[in-house]
Design a protein around this ligand. Structure first.
Ligand SMILES: CC(=O)SCCNC(=O)CCNC(=O)[C@H](O)C(C)(C)COP(=O)(O)OP(=O)(O)OC[C@H]1O[C@@H](n2cnc3c(N)ncnc32)[C@H](O)[C@@H]1OP(=O)(O)O
Length: 423
C-alpha cells in the first residue's frame, strides 16, 4: 500500500532527495551510520539507539531508493546559566562515503536549522562534533570544554571518605534497578549544572543500556549510591577493566559519572573510586573544567588532566536565547550580530540584565557596542568562552570602549559547564 505523502521532499541538481524521515527508515539509516562511523552494529545496539530516535525529527537523503545521508535531533532540555531551556540535540549525522563532499551535509544542516528556528520552540541547537572542523560553518560555536583525567591512583591522596560514626552509608547498586533514585539526585543537581541534558525514563534506560559490545573488555556498569538518613545524596557509575602485568595488578577504573548533592557525598564517592583495590588508574572522560576533585587531592598534577572539546551551541532564536539565560552581572549592551543562515537573527539587539541576572533582548536602532557573528554568541552562551578572549582573537569587535569588559563579565558564570553525556 502506498504510504500517505506527508513529508516535504526537496531535490537538487544532483538528483538526491531530502525528506523528513519515518520509523521504517531506521534499519537503512543505522547501516549508513555504521559505515560513516566505522562501527559494527549489533541488533542490540540498533534497538537501543533506535529507542531514542524521534523519526519525525530526522532528515533522510536518498539517491533513488538508497539512503545516503541522515541527520537527527532529539527533543531535550539543556541547563544553561540560571535556566533550563529546550534545546534541539543534533545527532546521528552521516553521509555515505560514495556521496560525501557534494554538499549533502550542508543541505541537511541548513534545512534542519531553518526548521528548528521556524518551529519557534527551541532557541538553541547543541551537538558533539566528531571533528571540530565541521560545524562552525553552520554557526555552531565551541561552548563547553571538558577535562579528561587519567588519575594515577597511588600518587594522589584521595579525599576523606565517610567520617567515622557518620550515619551516611555507601550502597552498591545495579544501576538499572535504581533509576528512580538516580533520577531524584540528578534532578536535584541538574538546575545548577550548565551543560546537562534532561533525561526522561527513556533516556535513563539509554544512558544505562550497558551493551556488552561497547564495553571493550570492561565489566558491566557498576553503581554506588551515597545514602543519608534523609535519602540518597549522590551516586557514581563506573566500570573496571581488569589487568595483570609482570608487576602485579594494574586494572583501570572507568568513571562514567559522579553526581552529588553536597560536598560530603562528592568527597566520599571519589574516595571510593580512587581506592578500589587492584586498580592503578582511574579514567574519567567527562569531568568539568572546574571539577572540584582538583581541589581535594594533594597532587592534582597526577590527575593527568587534559582539555577536550564538548558541547557546541548554535543560537537559532537570538532574542529568545539571550533572554532565557541569566547573567553574572548587570549589563546594558547593544550587539550587532550577523547570521547569514538564519537572517532573522541579523541586526542590532539591546541586551539588558538587572542585578537579579534576568534579561530582556530587543531589536534596536541605537549604535552598537560590540559586533560579532552568531557563532561567537553560541560560544559564549554557556558562560565558559569569554567574549574578551574572542575579542583578542579578533572575532568579537569592541565598538564602544569599556563595553567589552562589562559584557564579558556578564556573559560569564560562577560555575563552568559540565558536558557529561555524548548524545
Ligand atoms: C553531530 C554529529 O552527529 S557529528 C558526526 C558527523 N559525522 C561523521 O563524522 C561521520 C563521517 N563523516 C561523514 O559522514 C561526512 O563526511 C560528513 C557528514 C561529516 C560531511 O558530509 P558531506 O556531505 O561530505 O559535507 P559537505 O559536502 O556538505 O561539506 C561541507 C563543507 O564541510 C567540509 N567538511 C565536511 N566534512 C568534513 C570533515 N570531516 N573534515 C573536514 N571538512 C569537512 C567540506 O570540505 C565542505 O567544505 P567546502 O564547502 O569548503 O568545500
Amino acid at each position: 500500500m502506498a504510504r500517505a505523502v506527508r513529508y516535504t521532499i526537496s531535490m537538487d541538481d544532483s538528483g538526491i532527495t531530502l525528506r523528513a524521515g519515518h520509523a521504517d527508515d531506521w534499519p537503512a539509516v543505522s547501516d549508513l551510520l555504521s559505515f560513516a562511523f566505522h562501527e559494527p552494529v549489533s541488533a542490540e545496539a540498533r534497538d537501543v539507539e533506535g529507542s531514542v530516535v524521534e523519526p519525525e525529527r530526522t532528515l533522510v537523503a536518498e539517491d533513488g531508493a538508497t539512503v545516503v545521508g541522515h541527520a537527527a535531533a532529539y527533543t531535550r532540555e539543556l541547563t544553561v546559566p540560571g535556566a533550563i531551556v529546550p534545546a534541539a540535540h543534533v545527532t546521528l549525522v552521516g553521509v555515505a562515503p560514495t556521496h560525501k563532499r557534494r554538499g549533502l551535509l550542508t543541505r541537511m544542516m541548513h534545512r534542519q536549522l531553518r526548521e528548528i528556528a521556524a518551529a519557534g520552540r527551541e532557541p538553541i541547537a547543541v551537538l558533539w562534533a566528531s571533528e571540530t572542523k565541521i560545524y562552525p560553518r553552520f554557526g555552531y560555536g565551541p561552548a563547553a570544554q571538558r577535562l579528561r583525567m587519567e588519575i594515577m591512583m597511588r600518587e594522589v591522596r584521595p579525599p576523606a571518605g565517610l567520617a567515622p560514626g557518620s550515619a551516611d552509608r555507601l550502597r552498591l547498586v545495579e544501576p538499572k534497578d535504581v533509576i528512580a533514585e538516580l533520577t531524584k539526585v540528578y534532578e536535584r543537581v541538574r538546575p545548577e549544572r550548565t551543560g546537562w541534558s534532561s533525561r526522561d525514563d527513556r533516556w535513563w534506560r539509554y544512558v544505562l543500556a550497558d551493551l556488552e559490545s561497547q564495553r571493550d573488555g570492561a565489566t558491566g556498569l557498576r553503581g554506588v549510591v551515597y545514602d543519608t538518613p534523609d535519602g540518597p545524596a549522590g551516586y557514581a557509575l563506573w566500570r573496571t577493566k581488569g589487568e595483570w602485568d609482570s608487576r602485579g595488578p594494574n586494572s583501570d577504573v572507568q568513571v562514567r559519572e559522579v553526581v552529588a548533592d553536597d560536598p560530603a557525598a562528592y568527597a566520599a564517592l571519589w574516595h571510593f573510586l580512587l581506592t578500589i583495590d587492584l586498580a592503578r588508574t582511574v579514567k574519567v572522560h567527562f569531568a568539568a573544567v572546574d571539577e572540584p576533585l582538583q581541589y581535594l587531592v594533594d597532587e592534582p598534577r597526577r590527575l593527568g588532566s587534559t582539555l577536550a572539546d564538548g558541547l557546541w551551541v548554535r543560537i537559532t532564536d537570538l532574542p529568545k536565547a539571550l533572554a532565557a539565560r541569566s547573567y553574572a552581572a548587570p549589563v546594558d549592551v547593544v550587539l550587532e550580530v550577523t547570521d547569514p543562515l538564519l537572517e532573522q537573527n541579523t541586526g542590532r539587539w539591546r541586551l539588558t540584565a538587572g542585578p537579579d541576572g534576568r534579561a530582556t533582548c530587543t531589536p534596536t536602532t541605537d549604535p552598537a557596542d560590540l559586533a560579532c557573528t552568531i557563532l561567537e554568541l553560541g560560544s559564549a552562551y554557556l558562560g565558559a568562552t569569554s567574549l574578551a578572549a574572542l575579542a583578542a582573537a579578533g572575532t568579537v569587535r569592541e565598538l564602544t570602549p569599556g563595553s567589552l569588559r562589562r559584557a564579558a563579565v556578564a556573559f560569564g558564570w560562577h560555575r563552568l559547564p559540565n558536558p557529561t553525556e555524548v548524545f
